[in-house]
Design a protein around this ligand. Structure first.
Ligand code: DGP
Length: 113
């Protein structure tokens, strides 16, 4: 989608520190990291949020979790890490392209703010 920063990153039209890309999923370092490891994992297709997910998105979103698991291992996080999806403005979603935050390499308290 034109004007979506994450679509631009997926297409290679905006800079990002990519850690994974395949035909369905792209992952890159968050520009404003909240933990020593803070990655964003996104479907390549523009989906604004979980509220817009359709049954046809199931294969890509299943693949997204496989990539999350692979990245957790690659970044040596298998002792514990957190996956976060902020969906909608009240939850703090600031980029309207569905993304999963992968946070790790520090202790993570609960509940989140
Ligand atoms: P959220 O608040 O859940 O929508 O998280 C959006 C995240 O995206 C936030 O942690 C900062 C990150 N972010 C925003 N713009 C960019 C960008 O242009 N590049 C990268 N790498 N991350 C970005």
């Amino acid at each position: 989608m034109r004007g979506c920063i994450f679509c631009q990153i997926v297409r290679g039209d905006a800079p990002a520190r990519l850690v994974h890309q395949d035909d369905e999923i792209t992952a890159f370092h968050d520009a404003n990291p909240q933990a020593p490891v803070h990655l964003l994992i996104v479907p390549n297709r523009h989906i604004e949020g979980v509220r817009d997910v359709t049954p046809g998105d199931a294969p890509a979103l299943g693949r997204l979790f496989v990539v999350a698991r692979q990245l957790a291992e690659a970044f040596d996080l298998l002792d514990g890490y957190r996956l976060v999806v902020n969906d909608g403005p009240a939850a703090g979603q600031s980029v309207p392209h569905l993304h999963v935050h992968l946070l790790g390499a520090r202790s993570l308290s609960w509940p989140p703010g």
